[in-house]
Design a binder for this molecule. Structure first.
Ligand code: FAD
Ligand code: MG
Length: 348
C-alpha cells in the first residue's frame, strides 16, 4: 500500500512538473469593471500564475484615474478641464498631447462630426447616468436654450495645443470628454503590455464595446468576435473570424440610452445639433490594428452615416460594417472577407 502511494505521489509530481516545465498553455478568464464598463479577459499563458490578468486590471485602473477620467481629480483630463480659461494654459504630457493631436486630426477629416470638446453637451444630457440607472425618474431632454449655451462652449477648433512646449490652452467654459476613444486607448495599452510578456501566447480582451485579439489560440482556430444585433441585443447578427492581432470597436444607439415618449435618446451626439446623432445607423463596427483608431472611427462613422462614414474609414485604411436602423448591412471589402452572417440577410 505504502509503495502504491509513493508511486502515485511520484507520478503526480511528474505530471505537475511536466505541465509547468513543458510550457503547457493554460487559460485565465477574468471579469472586472473600469471606465464605467465591464472588462473581460481571456489569456492563454504558459505561466502558472494569474499575474498578467491582475496587471492588466491595474493598468486600466491607472489609465482611468491617472489620465482619462473627467470625474477623478487625480487624472490629466480633470486637471486640464479645471484649467479652462487660464491664460497661461496648462501643461500636458507628451503622450496626452499626441493623443489629442490624433483626435484633432480625426475631427478635421470627419468634418467636425467627431469632437472631444463636447464635454459641456455630454454632461448636460448625462446619458451615462440615465442609462446606468444612477439617475431615475422622468427623463426630460435638455431645453433648447441650455443646449445652445452648452454647444457654444464646444468646438475642437477653439483648442490651442502647443505640442512642442507641452501646453494646452482651453478657453473658459470648455471641457474635454474622451469617452469616444477611452476604450480604444485601453486596448492599445493592453497590447503594449502583452507584447512584453513572453509567456502569453494569445488573448482576447473586451473593454465594453471594444475588443482586442492577440496571438493565437492553442488549437490554432481564428478568434471569433460577435457583432451584436441592434434590434435584439441579446443576439449576434454575425461573427468576425480574425487571425492574430486586431482591434474591433462598435458604437451603437443601443449601448447607452434612455427612452421617453417613444423616443430613444442615446449617447452619441451630433455636434451640429447637440442632439443624439440620427444618421440612419443603429450600429457601426470598425476593424483596425489600432485601438484608438477603431474607437474614434466607430463614433465618427456613427454620426456621419454609412456613405460618408465609409469614405472616412477608407481614408484610414480601416474596415467597417454599418447596420442601418432597418436592419440592412453595408460593409467594406476587407470586412466582408472576415464576416459570417448568423441571423440577418445582407442587403449589399
Ligand atoms: P463611443 O461611440 O465610443 O463613444 C461615445 C461617447 O463619446 C459618449 O458617451 C460621449 O462621452 C462621447 N461623444 C458623444 N458624441 C461625441 C462626438 N460627436 N464626438 C466625440 N465624442 C463624442 N460611464 C459611466 O457610466 N460611469 C463612469 O464612471 C464612466 N467613467 C468612464 C471613465 C473613462 C476614463 C472612460 C473612457 C469612460 C467612462 N465611462 C463611464 C463611459 C463613457 O462615459 C462613455 O459612455 C463610453 O466611453 C462610451 O463608449 P462607447 O464605446 O459606448 O461609445
Ligand atoms: Mg468610439
Amino acid at each position: 500500500m505504502k509503495r502504491f502511494f509513493a508511486a502515485a505521489l511520484f507520478i503526480g509530481l511528474c505530471m505537475a512538473l511536466c505541465a509547468c516545465g513543458s510550457g503547457q498553455v493554460r487559460q485565465i478568464q477574468r471579469a472586472d469593471t473600469a471606465m464605467g464598463t465591464v472588462i473581460q479577459q481571456k489569456l492563454y499563458t504558459v505561466s502558472d500564475t494569474d499575474d498578467a490578468a491582475e496587471e492588466i486590471d491595474a493598468l486600466l485602473r491607472e489609465l482611468e484615474s491617472g489620465e482619462l477620467s473627467w470625474r477623478l481629480e487625480t487624472s490629466e483630463v480633470y486637471r486640464i478641464n479645471a484649467s479652462a480659461g487660464a491664460e497661461e494654459g496648462v501643461s500636458v504630457s507628451e503622450s496626452f498631447a499626441a493623443l489629442l493631436e490624433r483626435c484633432l486630426e480625426i475631427s478635421g477629416d470627419a468634418g467636425d462630426a467627431f469632437d472631444v470638446t463636447l464635454g459641456p453637451v455630454v454632461r448636460l444630457w448625462d446619458l451615462d447616468s440615465w442609462a446606468s440607472g444612477e439617475r431615475t425618474g422622468e427623463f426630460v431632454p435638455p431645453d433648447g436654450q441650455a443646449l445652445e449655451e452648452a454647444l457654444a462652449r464646444c468646438g475642437s477648433g477653439r483648442l490651442r495645443l502647443d505640442g512642442e512646449n507641452g501646453r494646452l490652452y482651453l478657453p473658459e467654459g470648455m471641457s474635454l470628454d474622451l469617452g469616444a476613444v477611452g476604450k480604444g486607448i485601453a486596448l492599445d495599452r493592453i497590447l503594449e503590455y502583452l507584447q512584453e510578456q513572453d509567456e502569453i501566447t494569445g488573448a482576447t480582451v473586451s473593454v465594453g464595446g471594444s475588443v482586442l485579439t492577440y496571438g493565437e489560440k492553442p488549437d490554432g482556430a481564428p478568434w471569433r468576435v460577435g457583432i451584436v444585433n441592434p434590434q435584439k441585443t441579446s443576439e449576434n447578427m454575425g461573427i468576425l473570424s480574425l487571425e492574430g492581432q486586431w482591434c474591433v470597436s462598435t458604437s451603437g444607439d443601443y449601448e447607452r440610452y434612455v427612452e421617453a415618449d417613444g423616443v430613444r435618446y442615446h449617447h452619441i451626439i451630433d455636434p451640429v445639433t447637440g442632439y443624439p446623432a440620427d444618421s440612419g445607423v443603429a450600429g457601426v463596427t470598425v476593424l483596425t490594428k489600432d485601438g484608438f483608431l477603431s474607437d474614434a472611427l466607430s463614433t465618427a462613422c456613427f454620426i456621419l452615416g454609412s456613405e460618408r462614414g465609409m469614405k472616412l474609414a477608407e481614408t484610414y485604411g480601416a474596415e467597417v460594417l454599418f447596420v442601418e436602423k432597418d436592419g440592412s448591412i453595408t460593409m467594406s471589402e476587407g470586412m466582408r472577407a472576415v464576416y459570417t452572417e448568423s441571423l440577418y440577410t445582407e442587403s449589399h
